[in-house]
Design a protein around this ligand. Structure first.
Ligand SMILES: [Zn+2]
Ligand SMILES: [Zn+2]
Length: 345
């Protein structure tokens, strides 16, 4: 899987009189200033860096020196909305800020910082005019929808954003309870070792392993693996593999007496079945921030469709990342039931 190349931040010449906190345009002046689509800043080595409207950037916080490198989390992050200038030397940017969880907590006391990762930022509707003298580098903030079954994977040191802040209303969207575990606490990707995800359409939720109950019925490994596949992302109905085959129109059923007794899964590629049998997990000890949600869901969806249709698309391997679904180190994880739908997770 291709990984975005990480760039290191660059340093800038120390300015004797930082001008980025003085001369901030008033709204009335801003309207009169000519606007631009991009601007260029030079680093200490003289390399030029172009920033354009719509891009996200690391911005030097007030009081932090520009000639030293700092940890990426020490910088402010903002999105470039407009660029205007008084002259070549005096260029300003209308920035839409990402807030840190601590900053959000300073205006919304109920916002729980302990449920946030150190690389988590909250997109605000709060804007400022910022001098281009404070721009340090391009930044990437991944959008993370915890309920999505096709969330793109990102690394544990990538910035990410799950929530938006409506500053005036002091409101966080979407509501934290929509994505939090049944215990009310959000997933913290820096702290939580294993979260179990239920992909059923009515659930699409992840739970701390320690918040879940074990199943009352004991199942052997083969029966368990089958139950995992039958936690279908396509339906909330309790449909077994055999139920799906049985619901096929007659002409799509295989002829011959033996097909009625053989296992429908045996007609499918072994590695696809293996991918679909995996528990859907994420966390520090469970395959990373986003985990194997997308890959295992894709495998189960392919099996669901092929059991209904009686055939698997020839390009099925393009639709599922087998490697991402199956953890490299096979460590048997305990089995739990989804607190909402009782499926095995
Ligand atoms: Zn919990
Ligand atoms: Zn569920």
């Amino acid at each position: 899987m291709s990984r975005r190349k990480k760039k290191s931040l660059f340093t800038r010449k120390k300015v004797s009189k930082p001008k980025y906190t003085i001369g901030i345009p008033a709204d009335s002046e801003w309207k009169t200033m000519p606007d631009f689509a991009s601007f260029i800043v030079a680093d200490e080595e003289g390399n030029q860096h172009r920033f354009s409207i719509g891009e996200t950037a690391f911005i030097l916080p007030e009081g932090v020196l520009p000639d030293k490198l700092h940890h990426p989390t020490a910088y402010w992050i903002g999105r470039i909305k407009e660029i205007r200038a008084r002259n070549d030397e005096d260029v300003w940017v209308l920035v839409q800020w990402y807030w840190s969880p601590q900053e959000v907590n300073s205006v919304i006391k109920s916002f729980d910082v302990s449920g946030c990762g150190q690389y988590e930022r909250i997109m605000s509707d709060y804007y400022d005019y910022v001098s281009t003298a404070s721009f340090c580098d391009h930044a990437t903030v991944m959008r993370y929808d915890e309920r999505s079954i096709d969330q793109e994977v990102f690394d544990s040191d990538d910035f990410f954003c799950r929530f938006d802040l409506e500053y005036r209303a002091r409101k966080i969207l979407p509501n934290i309870t929509r994505t939090a575990c049944c215990c009310g606490v959000s997933y913290n990707p820096d702290r939580d070792p294993v979260m179990h995800f239920c992909p059923r359409p009515a659930c699409c939720a992840a739970y701390h392993q320690e918040c879940l109950q074990r199943p009352t019925q004991r199942l052997d490994a083969a029966a368990r693996a089958r139950k995992f596949i039958e936690s279908w992302p396509d339906t909330d109905e309790q449909l077994s593999i055999e139920d799906l085959v049985g619901s096929r129109p007659c002409r799509k059923r295989r002829k011959g007496p033996e097909s009625s007794i053989s296992d429908p899964l045996e007609e499918l590629p072994e590695k696809l079945v293996k991918a679909a049998q995996q528990q859907i997990v994420k966390g520090v000890q469970a395959g990373g921030v986003v985990g194997n949600v997308k890959a295992v869901v894709a495998a189960r969806q392919l099996i669901y469709r092929s059991l209904l249709d009686g055939s698997l698309p020839t390009d099925w391997e393009d639709k599922v990342d087998i490697e991402a679904a199956i953890p490299p180190k096979r460590k048997s994880s305990p089995v739990f039931v989804c607190p909402q739908c009782q499926s095995l997770i």
